[in-house]
Design a protein around this ligand. Structure first.
Ligand code: ADP
Length: 381
C-alpha cells in the first residue's frame, strides 16, 4: 500500500491493471450470458441438417453437449489470451508512461532540492521546442520551473550585490567618523566646531543613505501605493520652479521651462512625480557649473506626455550612460560621494516612472557636453 501511496509509476500500473480486470470481468459475464443463446441459434440453423440425417436422438444430444463444451472452452481460452495480452500491454504502457511522467518529475524534485540548498545554476531540459503552444503540460511545467529558477537566481545575485554595495557605502562614512573621533581622543584634532561639523556631515550622509535605501527597498518590493489623481503638468513644473529657484539663483544657473499649451492633465500620484522631477532637476542643478542653463520641457507625444530636463553641465560619457539608473552607480565616485550623492536617486526615479507605466532614459553627447533626462507618462483618459 505504501508503494501505491508514494510511487507514481505503481499508481499508473495499478490503474491499468484495474482497467484490464474490469474489462475481463465485463467481457466474461457478457459472454457467459450470450454464449447459450448464440449456441442455440447456431444449433437451430444446424437442426435441419441433423434431423434430416440418420443420427439417433441420443447421439444428437450428446454431440450438441460436446459442441457446447468445446465452444465455451474456446471462448474462455480466447478471453484468457486476451486478458494476458492486455496485462502485458498494461505493464509496457505503464512502464512507458511512467518513464515519460515520473522521470521529469523526479528531475524537477532533485533540482528543487538543489535550489533550496542555494545552487541556482542548473536548469531542466525542455525537449520539444521553446514555444509554449508546442509543449505538453510537463514541458510547460519544466519551462515555468526554469523561469522560476532564473528569477530566483537573479534575486539572489541582486541580494548579494546589494549587501556588497551597502557595506561599501557604509564603510566610508563610518571610517571617517571613526578617524575624527580617534583624532579627538588622541588630541590630534582640536575639539572645535569645525571638527564636530565634519562628524555631523558624515552622520548626515549615513542618514540620507539609510533613508534612500529604505525608499529603494520599498520601491523594489512594490510595497508602495500610488494615489493617482488628475493633475496639470504645468502646475507641477511651477511647484518645482518655486521650490528650487532660490538654489538656482544662488549658483547662478538659469532655469527655463517650456510647457506645450493645452496639455491634457495626467493621472499620476502627484507627490511621486514631484519626487521624480525634484531628483532630475536637482541633479541638473548639481552637475551644472555656474553660468549654465537647465531647461524643463513638456510636450504631448501621441498618447503620452514627454517631459525632458536638459542641462549644459558636465555631461555623461557614453560608456556610463547604460548604467546611470543602476543603484549606487556614479560616473565619478569620489566627486559625487564627496558631494553627498548616494547614486540611488535615479534608481528610485526609474521605479516611480515605471510604476506609472512610463519610460525613463538619459542622453548625453559626452563629457562636458550637457545631459538630457527624459521620461514619459500616459496622458489621462
Ligand atoms: P546621486 O545621488 O549620486 O546624484 P543619482 O542616482 O541621482 O545619484 O545619479 C547617479 C549618477 O548619475 C550621479 O552620481 C552622476 O554621476 C550621474 N548624473 C545624474 N544626473 C546627471 C546630470 N544631470 N549630469 C551629469 N551626470 C549626472
Amino acid at each position: 500500500m505504501k508503494l501505491l501511496r508514494t510511487h507514481l509509476a505503481w499508481k499508473v500500473f495499478f490503474s491499468y491493471v484495474v482497467v484490464v480486470l474490469v474489462g475481463v470481468v465485463v467481457l466474461a459475464t457478457a459472454t457467459s450470458l450470450s454464449i447459450p443463446a448464440a449456441f442455440d441459434r447456431h444449433m437451430t440453423g444446424m437442426g435441419a441438417m441433423i434431423s434430416g440425417g440418420d443420427m439417433m436422438g441420443n447421439d444428437a444430444q450428446l454431440m450438441e453437449m460436446e459442441l457446447f463444451t468445446n465452444y465455451t472452452a474456446s471462448v474462455k481460452e480466447a478471453l484468457s489470451l486476451a486478458a494476458i495480452a492486455a496485462l502485458i500491454a498494461s505493464v509496457l504502457a505503464s512502464f512507458f508512461i511512467s518513464r515519460q511522467v515520473v522521470t521529469p518529475v523526479q528531475r524537477m524534485m532533485k533540482l528543487s532540492h538543489r535550489i533550496a540548498e542555494g545552487e541556482y545554476e542548473e536548469r531542466l531540459t525542455v525537449s520539444r521546442g521553446e514555444q509554449p503552444n508546442q509543449l505538453d503540460e510537463l514541458d510547460q511545467l519544466a519551462l515555468s520551473f526554469n523561469q522560476m529558477a532564473d528569477k530566483l537566481e537573479k534575486t539572489e545575485t541582486m541580494r548579494r550585490q546589494l549587501i556588497g554595495d551597502v557595506t561599501h557605502e557604509l564603510r566610508t562614512p563610518l571610517a571617517a567618523i571613526k578617524g575624527y573621533l580617534e583624532g579627538l581622543m588622541d588630541g590630534v584634532l582640536a575639539a572645535e566646531p569645525n571638527t564636530y561639523q565634519q562628524v555631523h556631515t558624515e552622520i548626515d550622509r549615513l542618514q540620507r543613505l539609510v533613508n534612500d535605501l529604505q525608499e529603494l527597498s520599498r520601491m523594489e518590493a512594490g510595497a508602495f501605493q500610488l494615489k493617482p489623481v488628475s493633475v496639470s503638468l504645468s502646475g507641477l513644473i511651477e511647484t518645482i520652479r518655486g521650490n528650487l529657484w532660490h538654489q538656482f539663483e544662488d549658483k547662478g544657473i538659469q532655469l527655463e521651462t517650456q510647457v506645450e499649451p493645452h496639455l491634457p492633465n495626467i493621472m499620476v500620484d502627484k507627490d511621486r512625480i514631484l519626487q521624480v522631477l525634484t531628483n532630475l532637476v536637482g541633479n541638473a542643478l548639481q552637475y551644472t557649473p555656474s553660468g549654465g542653463k537647465v531647461s524643463i520641457q513638456a510636450a504631448r507625444d501621441k498618447s503620452e506626455i514627454l517631459i525632458s530636463i536638459s542641462d549644459t553641465g558636465i555631461g555623461i560619457a557614453l560608456d556610463h550612460l547604460p548604467f546611470i539608473f543602476n543603484r549606487f552607480y556614479r560616473t565619478d565616485k569620489s566627486r559625487t560621494r564627496a558631494s553627498g550623492g548616494s547614486g540611488i536617486g535615479l534608481t528610485i526615479a526609474q521605479a516611480l516612472v515605471k510604476a506609472h507605466h512610463g519610460r525613463i532614459w538619459a542622453e548625453s553627447a559626452g563629457e562636458g557636453k550637457g545631459s538630457s533626462f527624459h521620461f514619459t507618462l500616459p496622458a489621462a483618459g
